[in-house]
Design a protein around this ligand. Structure first.
Ligand code: SF4
Length: 477
């Protein structure tokens, strides 16, 4: 999961890209970077939060009216400083590029670029592969006059080779800003305009903040080029059945974002409604419903409504601790639970509590939270999830690569309940998930719940997934 932003037609683009990246910080806290174009490219990137990477001095030198920015959570490779984005290439044409997603055929493409195109790739980042594939196609053209059509022609060839998810923003030197989205629209990408300035971003929150009000989603498979005169050129590069990541609505995206026309907060309210029905049928009778902050707030409200009981905040989050799901090691994740959440004893003591959460991955975080709530005197602790059991690895850019890590891989719901020490455990259904998020619409990837992947999966990767399925599960300690 990463966040991207691209902006043109604005004096000193970096002055908007920087706050835009802050609005997207929840999508990745591992590295940040930005590139701008003036007479040439300027680049600043490095490991750490946006606040850590940028300062007044390096922002000052990022001149130019066109720019792109990126926040990273590592998807392929270990996430070294070399993998930070954007990437820049100077021949056959100057292009800077940043990407959100994951190419499932990354290693095959990289090997092919190195062995057959004699490209030297300096990172384990699929953005560098996409950038080099574009440059290979451009090098077959007469580039004395670069046009949007030539870029689109290059993209048509590149799309034929890419398998996976990709939402991309890119500066084309002296020409403008290019953005494109994979044929299934697995990753989100939205465009806003404000007079003569255009902005692309992973989530609408960045556009809200920056005052871009005329907003539209980049369609799956669509490429849009904004030239230096602020003319907008758009084309459909490829078509396929839409399969937007449903987990954006469950967990990743900010609740104040709207993705593909669906409000994330509204989706979470509907997921709560669906979950409330299941909780009612299960017969659990809590005194109070509490969200695990922050993602579960909307859903918990609706569950409390459905059960006709009080809704209270009982766990308070330290806002300065990162989201535990995307902390890189298990030890850090466990430590982060206690650092992140503190219980309000007066709201919990002597009561039967129903905790509402978005999902369970390994179970360690849920177990820690339940233990925390019991430690301040809860009589009973029920646990309800507004998404179904996570069982399959995401191959599109989310850190769920090892199926062996899922607690639901080989455990029944009763076994999971015992493992996390809940008095009752209630999951959303797959149908409830689709109904709740889509409100009747279709076109979602829900492969991490169903195992039905919307793209071709290369045999080597599928074997790895299958091997993970058979492997003994990692320690739950
Ligand atoms: S597998 Fe899950 S997390 Fe990955 S893109 Fe599909 S829905 Fe999103």
């Amino acid at each position: 999961m990463c966040g991207i932003i691209g902006l043109s037609g604005q004096e000193r683009a970096i002055d908007r890209i920087y706050p835009g990246l802050l609005a997207l910080q929840h999508r990745g806290q591992d590295a940040a970077g930005a590139a701008t174009f003036d007479d040439g490219f300027q680049l600043k990137k490095g490991n750490g939060l946006v606040f850590n990477v940028f300062n007044a001095k390096n922002i000052e030198r990022l001149n130019g009216n066109t720019g792109i920015g990126h926040v990273r959570y590592p998807t392929v490779g270990a996430g070294s400083a070399e993998d930070a984005q954007p990437f820049i290439i100077t021949a056959p044409y100057g292009i800077a590029l940043a990407h959100n997603g994951n190419l499932v055929n990354f290693y095959e493409l990289k090997k092919d670029l190195v062995e057959n195109e004699l490209r030297y790739l300096n990172s384990n980042c699929d953005a560098e592969v996409i950038l080099n594939l574009i440059s290979v196609e451009l090098s077959k053209m007469d580039l004395k006059k670069m046009t949007p059509e030539k870029l689109f022609t290059a993209l048509r060839m590149v799309y034929k080779r890419l398998i996976g998810s990709y939402a991309v923003v890119s500066i084309v030197a002296n020409k403008g800003l290019l953005a494109f989205r994979d044929p299934r629209g697995i990753k989100p990408l939205i465009m806003g305009s404000n007079g003569s300035s255009f902005c692309f971003a992973s989530e609408s929150v960045a556009l809200d903040l920056l005052g871009y009000h005329e907003v539209t989603d980049v369609r799956p498979g669509q490429a849009i080029f904004i030239d230096t005169e602020s003319n907008c050129h758009a084309t459909q590069v490829a078509t396929s059945e839409k399969a937007a990541c449903i987990f954006e609505y469950v967990y990743f995206a900010r609740p104040d974002s709207v993705i593909d026309g669906i409000g994330v907060y509204e989706a979470r309210l509907r997921l709560g409604e669906e979950l409330g029905k299941i909780c009612s049928e299960s017969g659990i009778k809590p005194d109070v419903v509490m969200p695990i902050p922050d993602t579960a707030r909307g859903a918990a409200l609706m569950v409390a409504d459905a059960l006709g009981v009080m809704h209270r905040e009982g766990l308070i989050k330290n806002r300065y601790i990162h989201r535990t799901f995307i902390m890189p090691t298990q030890e850090k994740r466990i430590e982060a639970v206690r650092l992140k959440l503190n219980p309000i004893r007066s709201e919990i003591k002597g009561k039967d509590i129903l905790l509402v959460d978005d999902s369970i991955v390994r179970g360690n975080t849920s177990r820690e939270i339940i233990s925390l709530v019991r430690s301040v005197g809860a009589r009973k602790v029920y646990y309800a999830l507004y998404s179904p059991p996570l069982r399959f690895p995401c191959v599109y850019g989310i850190d769920m690569q090892t199926r062996g890590e899922f607690i639901a891989q080989d455990k029944s719901i009763e076994e999971i309940r015992r493992s996390i020490d809940a008095d009752a455990l209630v999951y959303q259904t797959e149908e409830g998930l689709i109904r709740g998020v889509g409100a009747g619409s279709k076109g979602f990837c829900s492969a991490c719940f169903t195992g039905v992947y919307p793209t071709e999966i290369p045999p080597a990767l599928m074997s790895r997934i299958e091997a993970d399925r058979m492997a003994p599960k990692v320690s739950e300690a």
